[in-house]
Design a binder for this molecule. Sequence first.
Ligand code: SF4
Ligand code: SF4
Length: 466
Amino acid sequence: MQKPRSGWAYRFELWVTPRRHWLDRIHVIMFFGFAVLTIVPLFLPIPISRSEHFWNNFALFANFVIWGLWFPLVFVSVIFTGRSWCGVLCPLGAASEWANRVGLKRPVPRWVSWRGTPIVSFVVITILAQTVGARDYATGIAEVFGLTFAAAAVLGFVYGPGRSARAWCRHMCPIGLMLGVFSRIGAVQFLPKRPKPGGDAYTEKGICPTMIDINRKHESRHCIECFRCVNPEARGGLRLAFRRPGREVAQIRDHNPNAAEVWFLFLATGLALGGFLWLVLPQYGVLRTMIGTWAIDHGWYWIGTSGPSWLMVVHPAARETFVWLDFFMICGFMLACAAVLTLLLSIATAISSWLAGRLGGDLAWRQRFVELAYAYMPVAMVSLVIGLGGRLFSAFVEVGVSGWIIESIKIGLFGLSVAWSLALSRRLLARQGLSGRRCFAAALPTVAGIGLIGLAWSPALFGIAL
Ligand code: SF4
Ligand code: SF4
């Protein structure tokens, strides 16, 4: 017999479940909010005067809300509330669900459910956002969000049997993939009241919009916290529970660890790093000149001409126009950064896993590798937020916050994430059976990997040139 429940989680369930129908209204408000922020700036002149700021120019305000508030806050929110953005606020996911209600409800095909699909989608959207200048131009923001919105709606319309399925959110959304990975370190989870053995499972037949077999749920990654499976008085379904942040990662072997997620973590960190570094590294300019000169010498004159505005920045009014050389350089540079960082982090993790095995750790080498790679999660997340959420910090500068305060905040956040990653690596190694000096020795290569991420992001974190 189940014990009567009490506590904050239970009280929250009692409050939220009768109000679940509010979600549709919230989604409609968010839909119009995002539409205003992405469409209205298209009809305004590009702000180029130094007297224009986010508080007196709507285009800059919209840019600040999206890149300065939405982007960093959604990432940070996963630590406290998991994927609440997805379940409660996201208009894209809602559009996919609405489309599914009236759609064809076809079974999800293998090219959609393939594990690499969201990684490809992430790579394409992240690089496109750079080449069309989504960080700076309203047209870029509108294109990236418009495309994602259309893809979410079309996929939702065609695929996903069951009631209000979200095939897009489960299989293809580049943002959801990231939020899902990082939600594992969050303080919120949904647990089966009557768990079934056998580990995590996928089903297109249940009530879950992201196709989780709810009684076999072991991981937070795909749960968008829609509360559809929660009924505080029922004996079955899921229940809300709070936990210490990072616990799922420290105990990752009980929560469906998988290599695809780890490769994504490494690749995404490297890709985001590339998207930041090409803007600030003088070496990038030198390389661009070398390759451009070589191409012209070989008669490739087309490389100096501009391409279509849906593929690259073409804004003569703002005195910024990319040519094909820029397009290929940005794509190549970002992919190269992703490949190099993935390789280096893999080497560091591989050595740690090998050492752990030599020093008495359990599991096979590959399993130890996958487990230990999760230790990078906090440092990767914070460096992404600080590096790519630079608009938030530039807004602080605009309102007069002094530089040393901003630097202190960044260094403090980064320091906390390093400490968290180190603590996770110790706990992961302890779970593999290592303690004391053996644990210290096996952790050293992972510590070097953590330091490497800090070094790579140092231009963003500390304003230091590489
Ligand atoms: S997975 Fe993507 S589209 Fe779906 S709710 Fe989350 S952010 Fe929105
Ligand atoms: S597991 Fe429950 S709360 Fe999570 S997404 Fe599925 S139905 Fe919603």
